[in-house]
Write a protein that binds this ligand. Structure first.
Ligand code: GLU
Length: 506
């Protein structure tokens, strides 16, 4: 493959980036890096009415969080800027003009009211109104009225749009690197607007012009753009430009039922569909994000990479570097990929296990201070992390698995109490406390054999002591190894908790 691969991720800043969009960015990134090419972020913000405050920053932050920082972008200039279409406004008009001059486009003066009327008339017949080859000569445009009139209209300030003159009855064969050859007939296609009355290009024109000027070699984007493909290829032809190669990615589907994964699915089943938390500037509504839900970016990326691609082996865990190495567009699936919330957690579990204990301990210590106003030492959180790491999927799980190290029980789970605290437990525990009071070394290595020895000497069953002991320390029949707990809590605290249980449960 040539070494000048240039690909772009071209989102419109109309809201938070959906994980489907993030996957598009990821595949573009992987493809670029695999071929030692350039990954570009181009912000497609020509539609003023859909612009949403903060959306562009969100896109940048999300890409950075995932380690997919573009080589060229509005935030990192290259030779092909500006990378924000609103800043390229002056460029597009000339290109629209070029198409008018070479007969591939025309001015249309139809007012929105005219078009609405025509639409309604057609709908009354159960048809759809299409502005195209079959009727364009009867409508109010520069193909119908004379050149003189056209000029007069324009000079008098009459609003107009510029439309593409869709060729009639042409059969197109277009190659898609994922889908193979696609046959499209132009008959049913309309004369799309290329340039709007507000002086801005539409997506179609701006997108093609920019892909050309930015020397994009491969367009990798979502399947929802497939219906625009014919127009885009024809636009390249009309300009006399070589079209890039195309690859349309499969949809990400709902985990349950049919259709595209939506924000509503996430709300309903409690998983994020956005990489970062998003606060809607209009309503203030918050949508959860992978980052804020404590997913690691590595897990998020790995999960997304496999939603629509695999390398043909059973391997599931890949670092970003490995993905770059293994990725190929040809192995991207044609069929939609079902999002799997459980599998997503599985990836997170795998990745958190790879994080260094000391890193988790540091984070947990900070988390305890911020969320629970608990001050503790790194030494202590490190012990907790090494004890409980295997049970972790998300950072806050550490708290759920260890809160009793920081707070003595104030009550006891009734069901567990019934099971663990019997008629004869009180005298046993009273003796047990006296035994512990005489001990001095509470390191696990020392205290474990001592306790075991004491139980044997007393001629008791193991459960007779271990169960009420666990209940006293935790308030419930859960938690890690009892000896670890005794040792971590230390002599005073362990005995205090036993005494409290004794008083409370009798
Ligand atoms: N601006 C389009 C979007 O929002 C870009 C589509 C494309 O990649 O051509 O997805």
């Amino acid at each position: 493959m040539n070494s000048k691969v240039r690909v772009r991720f071209a989102p419109s800043p109309t809201g938070p980036l959906h994980i489907g969009g993030l996957r598009t960015a990821l595949y573009n990134y992987l493809f670029a890096k695999k071929h030692e090419g350039t990954f570009i972020l181009r912000v497609e913000d020509t539609d003023n009415s859909r612009y949403v405050e903060g959306a562009e920053d969100y896109i940048k932050e999300a890409l950075d969080w995932c380690g997919l920082t573009p080589d060229e972008s509005p935030f990192h200039d290259g030779e092909f800027g500006p990378y924000r279409q609103s800043e390229r406004k002056a460029i597009y008009k000339d290109y629209a003009q070029q198409l008018i001059d070479n007969g591939h486009a025309y001015y249309a003066f139809d007012t929105p009211e005219d078009l609405d009327k025509l639409r309604q008339e057609q709908e009354a017949f159960g048809d759809k109104f299409i502005y195209g080859a079959h009727n364009r000569n009867e409508l109010n445009n520069s193909l119908k009225v004379s050149e003189k009139e056209t000029l007069e209209y324009i000079e008098s300030g009459k609003p107009y749009v510029i439309r593409f003159k869709m060729p009639m009855a042409k059969q197109l064969a277009i190659r898609d690197n994922i889908r193979g050859n696609i046959q499209i007939k132009t008959n049913d296609l309309d004369d799309k607007i290329l340039f709007k009355s507000d002086g801005m290009p539409t997506y179609h024109l701006a997108n093609i012009v920019d892909d050309h000027l930015m020397e994009i070699t491969h367009v990798i984007r979502g399947e929802e753009w497939l219906p625009s493909l014919a127009l885009h290829v024809l636009l390249y032809d009309a300009f006399g430009w070589k079209a890039p190669k195309f690859a349309h990615l499969p949809l990400i589907l709902k985990p349950f039922g049919k259709g595209k994964l939506s924000k509503r699915d996430g709300d309903k089943h409690g998983f994020p569909v956005f990489p970062l938390e998003w606060k809607d500037p209009a309503t203030g509504a918050i949508s959860s994000g992978y980052r804020e839900e404590f997913y690691l970016p590595e897990a998020t990326i790995n999960m997304l990479a496999l939603l629509g691609w695999n390398d043909g082996t059973e391997q599931e865990l890949y670092s970003l570097e490995e993905l770059v190495d293994k990725f190929s567009i040809e192995r991207v699936h044609k069929a939609g990929a079902k999002f799997n919330p459980e599998k997503t957690k599985w990836f997170q579990h795998q990745y958190i296990q790879k994080v260094d204990d000391s890193v988790l301990a540091e984070e947990f210590k900070d988390w305890l201070r911020a969320e629970k106003q608990i001050e503790t030492t790194l030494d202590f959180t490190l012990k907790i992390v090494s004890l409980l790491k295997e049970r972790l999927t998300f950072m806050p799980d550490l708290w759920n698995e260890s809160y009793f190290f920081f707070q003595a029980p104030t009550q006891f789970n009734p069901k567990s109490s019934k099971k663990a605290w019997k008629e004869d437990t009180a005298p046993i525990m009273t003796n047990f406390i006296s035994f512990l009071e005489a001990e001095t070394d509470f390191s696990k290595e020392q205290i474990q054999p001592k306790i075991k020895g004491w139980i044997t000497d007393q001629g008791l069953g193991f459960g007779k002591v271990m169960m009420p002991l666990r209940l006293a320390l935790v308030g419930d029949m859960k938690g890690p190894d009892v000896f670890e707990m005794v040792s971590l809590l230390g002599k005073t605290e362990a005995i205090n908790r036993l005494k409290f249980a004794l008083n409370t449960l009798n």
